[in-house]
Write a protein that binds this ligand. Structure first.
Ligand code: CDM
Ligand code: ATP
Length: 288
């Protein structure tokens, strides 16, 4: 019986960049949520040949070595004698799009392998995840958190049950090192002192989430928009969608999200948008 792990899209509801560290990475604070019904799927398939096979709409867009392969190698390095598995990656999320697709796939692979090899401590899994990418630890957790550090410090937070979003990606070509470009374009000041800790917000309903997201914003939105002007069109389209209460960029983009109070409004908003922009990737989803 094949075992599967869902690799949900990651959405940065907020993204504050607090300063640049000496190693070039940035300290940040981000409210991160995950999509209930938009994601890739990683399946451990029967068979003796070690391989990673890809299927799905965006399988052909992965460039360089697949983060799933890197996750397997990093995990295997901690498990002497581990038999390399045969994995199938169903790639439904657009690549290099700011919703952490590759990170989510690496994280799902680590969760899958750690179920087969339960000897690996959570602490070791976290270290492996961090070495694979700044977004991989949060994707291993795959629950709403306030993420700080460069992405390694995770504080779980309760999100209201009913938060609906529409995710929109214009499917423009972006370079594979897009995230580094966007951080560089921000030109953040060097950190002079460690950022101050602050208590996690209390988010009781969708209005609280929107107020917090509006107040904190996404510091990468302006530089990303300068590099990829299509983002402005995506945000304008989301703002004019009926029922959309708030719209912003996720991560380094170009995927943007809008928030809705009900599932019906998110589904209707997504279909109205699809009528206007048939070539975009548009997904209504519940966030959690
Ligand atoms: C923008 C976010 O998506 C927000 O969740 C993440 O911070 C990016 O996470 P990621 O894509 O997993 O990032 P990595 O693959 O580790 O790094 C890609 C590049 O982004 C920049 N980077 C990333 C994370 C971070 N905290 N500071 C950075 O400056 C670095 O230039 C790095 O070379
Ligand atoms: N399994 C994978 N899925 C997607 N991209 C992958 C994968 N493996 C390797 N990559 C490469 O990783 C890079 C980042 O892709 P990803 O989809 O994770 O971007 P992202 O969502 O913008 O990430 P972030 O917001 O964390 O920078 C791309 O250049 C892509 O070719």
């Amino acid at each position: 019986m094949p075992k599967s792990e869902f690799a949900p899209a990651k959405i940065n509801l907020t993204l504050e960049i607090l300063g640049r560290r000496a190693d070039g990475y940035h300290e940040l604070r981000s409210l991160v949520a995950f999509a209930h019904d938009a994601g890739d799927v990683v399946t451990l398939a029967p068979g003796s040949s070690a391989s990673v096979e890809t299927s799905g709409s965006f399988a052909g867009d992965i460039s360089g070595s697949n983060l799933v392969d890197k996750a397997i190698s990093a995990f295997a390095a901690k498990v002497p004698g581990m038999k390399p598995p045969r994995l199938i990656l169903d790639k439904n999320l657009p690549v290099a799009s700011g919703i952490g697709g590759g990170s989510a796939d690496a994280a799902a692979t680590l969760r899958l392998l750690s179920k087969s090899y339960p000897g690996i401590a959570d602490r070791d899994l976290h270290t492996i995840a961090r070495a694979l990418g700044a977004d991989v630890p949060v994707c291993v957790r795959a629950r709403p958190v306030i993420m700080t550090g460069v992405g390694e410090t995770l504080e779980e937070i309760a999100l209201p049950q009913e938060v609906y979003a529409v995710l929109v990606n214009p499917l423009i070509a972006v370079p594979s090192n897009k995230t580094a470009h966007v951080f560089a374009a921000l030109g953040a000041a060097p950190l002079t002192a460690p950022p101050e800790a602050e208590p996690a917000p209390r988010l009781s309903n969708v209005r609280d989430v929107i107020a917090y997201a509006k107040a904190r914003g996404n510091d990468l939105q302006a530089p990303a928009q300068k590099l990829f002007p299509e983002i402005e069109t995506v945000l304008a389209e989301l703002h004019r969608t009926e029922g959309a209460l708030f719209a912003q960029l996720s991560g380094a983009g170009p995927t943007c999200f809008a928030l809705f109070a009900t599932k019906q409004e998110a589904v209707a908003g997504a279909s109205a948008l699809r009528q206007r922009q048939p070539n975009w990737w548009i997904r209504p989803t519940r966030l959690g």
